[in-house]
Ligand binder design. Structure first.
Ligand code: PLP
Length: 466
């Protein structure tokens, strides 16, 4: 399998190099040159497989040049063994033909564990083979940082430096990052905001000379193809659990960077019968505005009760734009260069095609709280604010009540107790047992000024030197 850039001019790469790279040199994102396609018979034959064996069937075509089948199988067994539910991604029924797929049974209680637990293992495997080392540098406002740290804690060939804005992430989220022990794990609390952190990470990727040529940076944000790939699997899992592929399913996906829902789009391209894919956003609704009015335009960032979806632009949307433009990289490049100057539109027939592929809705904080309340009152089931947005959009956008509707449950409610309180519920969602002592554990982090020189020298001094 070869991977090509969405902006058309970077050379094609194999899986190993795509795994170790961030953006393509032409500024684009990597996508597979072609997708594997599974027949209905083949998908049907996967009924009853364990989650990790299903993951093997779905993902092996993407990695086979880099990872032999046996090694990949054991990697997947290890990855999904750490999830605390036997089904890995259990389905909970809310109403007739309405479900939540709980993707928060991994070590950090958010769906990002599905990809980042695997990514850490894949990186270490490839780096061991090549006898190389990388430094992961990332900025986080919450979930990504803890899932990335957890995914890399046992890596021999990776040092990870996660920047978070000092005193501006929730205590649960900070402790999930800072209580993980390991001499390759480095938490940097930056005296600035999330954008300051992100700016330093971007600048460091652009000029890596501070590392003295002895190691290089790798990316773990959702522009990394391996993350998208791992998320395709659970769409197949839900379908097989609910009568697929002989029956079609719909999905509603709480969306920020368009990574998770793009994986659903790929599952459909690979042969899975999917009826509707609903893009559910909070008030940071650039995607909903595009879907409803063919205007792609950046607005100011709004802080909401669903912080993991607080974005101004959706980086992975570029991967869809590439397909909508018949995989013409130059057209995508022109469009996105214009988009950085002001609002853009795409040709009407392309936009109509996008609307056939996706439905969308934006949900504000008030409606989020109302949904949390409603589901708790009806089902005694607590939704986290991100998942609540998904359920609300699922109900409003649903076209055919005969088709099962599955909302992706992206986080455990205990990660966002304030939203539950704002919803007026007096229940306090409890952390699962394996995290019950989170507030007693020792924290490790270094506070640094909002100064790129200070951050880069810290990294240069503290990575393991191979
Ligand atoms: C990251 C995240 C999202 C958004 O996922 P994207 O792939 O960026 O669309 C939604 N919910 C939660 C809880 C998250 O952590």
């Amino acid at each position: 399998m070869r991977y090509i850039s969405t902006r058309g001019s970077a050379p094609a790469l194999g899986f190993e190099d795509v795994l170790l790279t961030g953006l393509a040199p032409d500024g684009g994102l990597y996508v597979p040159e072609s997708l594997p396609r599974f027949s209905v018979e083949e998908i049907r034959s996967w009924r009853g497989l364990s989650y990790s064996e299903l993951a093997f069937r779905v993902m092996h075509p993407f990695v086979e040049d880099a990872v032999p089948a046996d090694d990949f199988r054991s990697m997947l067994d290890e990855t999904y063994a750490v999830f605390t539910h036997g089904a890995v991604a259990p389905l909970v029924q809310l109403d007739s033909n309405e479900w939540v797929m709980e993707l928060f049974r991994g070590p950090t209680l958010a769906f990002k564990d599905f990809a980042l637990q695997l990514l850490g293992r894949l990186l270490d495997y490839v780096l061991e083979k090549r006898q190389q080392h990388v430094v992961i540098m990332g900025a986080t406002s919450g979930d990504t940082g803890s899932a990335a740290i957890e995914g890399c804690r046992r890596c021999q060939h990776v040092d990870i430096f996660i920047l978070h804005p000092h005193q501006r992430v929730s205590e649960v989220q900070r402790r999930q990052m800072t209580t993980v022990a390991g001499d390759n794990i480095h938490n940097l609390a930056i005296k600035g905001n999330f954008d300051d952190c992100q700016r330093m990470v971007k600048a460091s990727f652009n000029d890596q000379s501070f590392l003295g040529g002895k190691t290089r940076l790798a990316a773990v944000n959702s522009i990394n193809w391996a993350r998208i790939m791992a998320q395709i699997v659970y769409y197949f899992h839900a379908s097989l659990a609910l009568g697929g592929p002989d029956r079609s399913l719909s999905f509603s996906v709480p969306t920020g960077n368009f990574g998770d829902i793009f994986a659903g789009y790929l599952a459909r391209q690979m042969g899975l019968p999917i009826n509707q894919l609903v893009i559910a956003t909070n008030r940071n609704d650039i995607l909903h505005r595009f879907m409803s009015g063919n205007r792609y335009e950046q607005h100011k960032l709004e802080h909401t009760l669903s912080p993991s979806m607080d974005i101004m632009v959706s980086s992975n949307f570029e991967r869809l734009l590439f397909d909508l433009h018949g995989r013409d990289g130059q057209a995508v490049k022109d469009l996105l260069e214009n988009a950085s100057q002001g609002p853009v539109s795409i040709a009407d027939y392309r936009w109509k095609h996008a609307r056939q592929l996706f439905d969308s809705e934006a949900v504000d904080d008030e409606a989020t709280c109302a949904m949390i309340r409603e589901i708790y009152q009806q089902n005694e089931y607590l939704l986290d604010p991100h998942t609540a947005i998904g359920v609300k959009a699922a109900r409003d956008c649903r076209r055919d009540p005969q088709v099962p509707m599955v909302t992706l449950g992206t986080a455990h409610p205990a990660k966002f107790p304030d939203a539950i309180e704002r919803a007026g519920l007096s229940v306090r969602p409890e952390l699962p047992r394996h995290m019950a002592d989170l507030f007693e554990q020792e924290e490790r982090f270094t506070v640094l000024d909002d100064d790129i020189g200070a951050v880069q020298s810290f990294i240069a001094e503290h990575w393991k030197h191979g």
